[in-house]
Design a binder for this molecule. Structure first.
Ligand SMILES: Nc1ncnc2c1ncn2[C@@H]1O[C@H](COP(=O)(O)OP(=O)(O)OP(=O)(O)O)[C@@H](O)[C@H]1O
Ligand SMILES: [Mg+2]
Length: 240
């Protein structure tokens, strides 16, 4: 069983959105994923607790209980445990990072989120863990051109010290609509673009978790993904 910690030191960056949608994308693709809600706000529970299958899907927990939950999930036959973490306190974020095989640092393409992403990366590196950064709430391309804010975010993250996923999640009302219905975007009708980006992000993290090469990008984000994946130096050596 693999463990993925979804982290950000910034409130509202999209940790819960990413954690819930990746969990449901994994399950839709035949990977037995369960979600640990380690944030006392219990946002992931607010979304998934009311579902019929919630008993085997979402677990209310805390940083100190993560190790036991991982063991229990392993024994129950899960393939993947995804941890939704709080932005603070740092000690709780660090606990989740410690028990994870891979950390996914989520950031919106804004100055404050990117600064927080760098702080999350520092924790991941200090603890000697693997990580990848994913951009969330990116404005859509206009006439096929990536918004400057997104391009600049990729540029800034080249110096963050961890690879950046070549798949971004766009700002879409569908993510909010889905939560209001206790669902992921995978379960909404007519949201192919949202489904495609979530699925592509899941494939990216799942391959990294299994030690495989990152997936070729085949989504609406193709141009961005290809351009950035092909960029030499995108994967930088960890900073001291
Ligand atoms: N890609 C997106 N498109 C549209 N809305 C989004 C997207 N990602 C997140 N949101 C919305 O932004 C808000 C914050 O997202 P979310 O709760 O996932 O962030 P968080 O990092 O978990 O926050 P917290 O630190 O409070 O736990 C929510 O209302 C969510 O629906
Ligand atoms: Mg949250």
């Amino acid at each position: 069983m693999k463990t993925l910690a979804v982290v950000s030191r910034k409130g509202g960056a999209g940790k819960t959105t990413v954690a819930v949608n990746l969990t449901m994308a994994a399950r839709a693709m035949g990977v037995k994923a369960v979600l640990a809600d380690a944030d006392p706000q219990r946002s992931a529970c607010d979304v998934l607790k009311g579902r019929e299958e919630s008993a085997g899907l979402i677990f209310e927990t805390s940083a100190s209980k993560l190790f036991a939950l991982i063991e229990a999930s392993r024994r129950a036959g899960a393939d993947l445990l995804i941890i939704d973490t709080p932005a603070t306190p740092e000690a709780d974020v660090a606990e989740a990072v410690k028990v994870a095989d891979l950390c996914l640092a989520v950031a919106r393409p804004t100055y404050l989120d990117l600064a927080a992403a760098v702080r999350a990366v520092a924790i991941i590196q200090r603890l000697g863990k693997e990580g990848v950064i994913a951009l969330n709430q990116c404005a859509p391309p206009r006439n096929g051109v990536e918004p400057p804010q997104v391009v600049k975010a990729f540029e800034a993250l080249r110096f963050a010290g961890l690879p950046v996923a070549p798949v971004v999640l766009r700002s879409r009302v569908a993510y909010q609509t889905a939560f209001a219905q206790m669902r992921s975007v995978m379960e909404l009708d007519g949201q192919q673009a949202a489904c495609a980006e979530v699925r592509a992000l899941f494939i990216e993290v799942w391959r990294r978790l299994r030690g495989e090469a990152p997936a070729p990008v085949r989504t609406a984000n193709d141009d961005l993904g290809r351009a950035w994946a092909a960029r030499p130096g995108l994967r930088l050596a960890p900073t001291a």
